[in-house]
Design a protein around this ligand. Sequence first.
Ligand SMILES: [Zn+2]
Length: 436
Amino acid sequence: MSRVLVLDQQRRPLMPCTPARARLLLKQHKAAVWRRYPFTLILRVARPDAIAQPLRLKIDPGSRTSGLALTNDATGEVVWAAELTHRGEQVHKALQKRAAVRRGRRQRHTRYRKPRFLNRRRPKGWLPPSLLSRVRNVETWVARLMRWCPIGALSYEVARFDTQAVQNPEIAGTAYQHGTLAGYEVKEYLLLKWGHRCAYCKQTGIALQVEHLVPKARGGSNRVSNLTLACERCNRKKGNRTSEEFGFPHLQAQAGLPLRDAAAVNSIRWALYERLKCSGLRIETSTGGRTKWNRTQRDIPKAHWLDAANVGQSTPPRLLWQHVRPLLIRAMGQQSRQMCRMDAQGFPRTKAKKPSAKHAFRTGDIVRAVVPAHLKNKGVHVGRMAARANGAFTIATRRGTVTDIGYRYCTRLQRNDGYGYLTQSIRECSFPSVFQ
Ligand SMILES: [Zn+2]
């Protein structure tokens, strides 16, 4: 199991402890539960002698899911890990809906209204809300973890590939296939450029090899302008022919073009980097090529949190990760800005919004409900709840959703903090045997 986070009496972070030790501390009443997710204890006894060894927080930002890992550089142990799922797509959809309603309203047959004076300018460093929410999610969790565990440094994957390594044509031919660091950087670049698919049969989700458009044997260079990606079958079928002779003359021109949005791919990552700098921690920057290389060198399967644990040059030669069960965190948003729901035509469908607290509970609280045996849904249910004015709550538990739970049977374990949680079980942790 992952380690348990511990705070001292003054709420300062201490070294995370093992679950066994946490159980003992709770049993002996030397500690109390401070938070359920992530599981954090607060000591009831003074520990002035406790030494907190600084840990390293590693971040692998992703568009849908970001990986977080706390590692101890001295021992190589992954102390705690999480996968943070963003809600960029939901934000995007909500804004599109709002825009559609407003557009509809403007185009209705009403009196003429002059267009508004366009005096709105975007501030410097503006990000679209869907991207900003991703950046804020990571920022929030870095700040939270800094409160709950002793973090001394950050490792952050700031780019997908190293531009220097990609431009450098001096990489020997076999380097691409046989795992040098530079080869991994080039492969990351090619994967982005060719959209993660075989250039010939357009298949995705298969193992891809770096392929020379003009074969090496016929004087083709190792520059990225002569490289593409192909599945093994196409690569073998093409053999010693050039891509033109193989029936794909357009590929040569496509390969010559630089990756159009190489800067855009990394722009959000840099925006996040600028914000992480405000944390005051030492930040080690790295690239996706390096992460993949580290992971492959150590024979570690692919997962967002394991990618995070492999970010950066500082990664210890041996990582202890098998015991970790990552916490799955999902950004849920806080409330709705909309004052009421509306129908397809944009007319109000519901009454105006009421206060969100219902019977002292709020949607998003994590509760424990103990329903007596003579009632429907009897038993104990723990999970994130949706509050309703009539006092019959819905609880999303590990096993599924239960409805109509009376508020009087519920006890709050944790207040809504904008995120939903799930701990990955051992069963869910089974990795595919073929690592990608
Ligand atoms: Zn193919």
